[in-house]
Ligand binder design. Structure first.
Ligand SMILES: CC(C)(COP(=O)(O)OP(=O)(O)OC[C@H]1O[C@@H](n2cnc3c(N)ncnc32)[C@H](O)[C@@H]1OP(=O)(O)O)[C@@H](O)C(=O)NCCC(=O)NCCS
Length: 157
């Protein structure tokens, strides 16, 4: 149903800038960063995470294409690396076009990624999701993901 096509440099740059903007906005909304400094903080964080941009080892940046009509319906970022004798397969980001949601595209992407992960010798696939994203949590739960870690915060002072 879907094909994952690697982004070219221009597509990656656009996706990167959208990610900076989204990460900044989310972090302001969650009270983590100030509005004034959030964009800079998001950029530093992402550049640290992806020191060689699209060429960062193990990282993959793909467009999600509907095989039936060739239309781009989303994007996905993931990485694969050997860690402690195991293959770590991690989905950093998945997004589907708002007009195309609830049509099974994200589910199809995860099916593809599951096959790839298994083929590469990974035993599991992981991702992070915020608790204020119930749609994504619903998707992941349906796909068989379960929570392994909980980050906790509390106000002080
Ligand atoms: C989360 C997201 C990727 C889901 O994409 P999608 O293509 O709509 O997902 P699917 O059509 O495969 O949905 C499969 C299931 O997920 C759950 N789900 C997805 N969107 C949902 C919504 N808006 N409300 C409730 N459940 C939802 C449902 O169980 C759905 O099955 P159903 O349609 O048969 O009820 C999409 O909403 C998105 O891009 N959100 C913004 C980006 C984001 O939050 N990414 C995740 C970051 S961790």
């Amino acid at each position: 149903m879907v094909r994952l096509v690697p982004m070219n440099e221009a597509e990656f740059r656009e996706s990167f800038e959208r990610t900076v903007a989204r990460r900044a906005a989310d972090s302001v909304h969650r009270g983590v960063w100030t509005k004034e400094r959030a964009t800079e903080a998001a950029r530093v964080e992402l550049e640290t995470f992806l020191p060689r941009g699209r060429e960062s080892p193990g990282h993959h940046f793909a467009k999600v294409i509907d095989e039936s009509n060739g239309k781009q319906v989303g994007e996905v970022w993931y990485f694969v690396r050997e860690e402690g004798g195991k293959i770590r397969f991690w989905v950093d980001w998945i997004w589907t076009d708002p007009q195309e949601r609830r049509r099974g595209y994200a589910t199809a992407v995860f099916q593809r990624l599951s096959h790839e992960a298994a083929k590469l010798g990974a035993e599991r696939m992981g991702l992070y999701v915020f608790l204020d994203n119930p749609h994504a949590i619903s998707l992941y739960t349906k796909l068989g993901f379960s929570a392994q870690v909980m980050a906790m915060t509390k106000p002080v002072g």
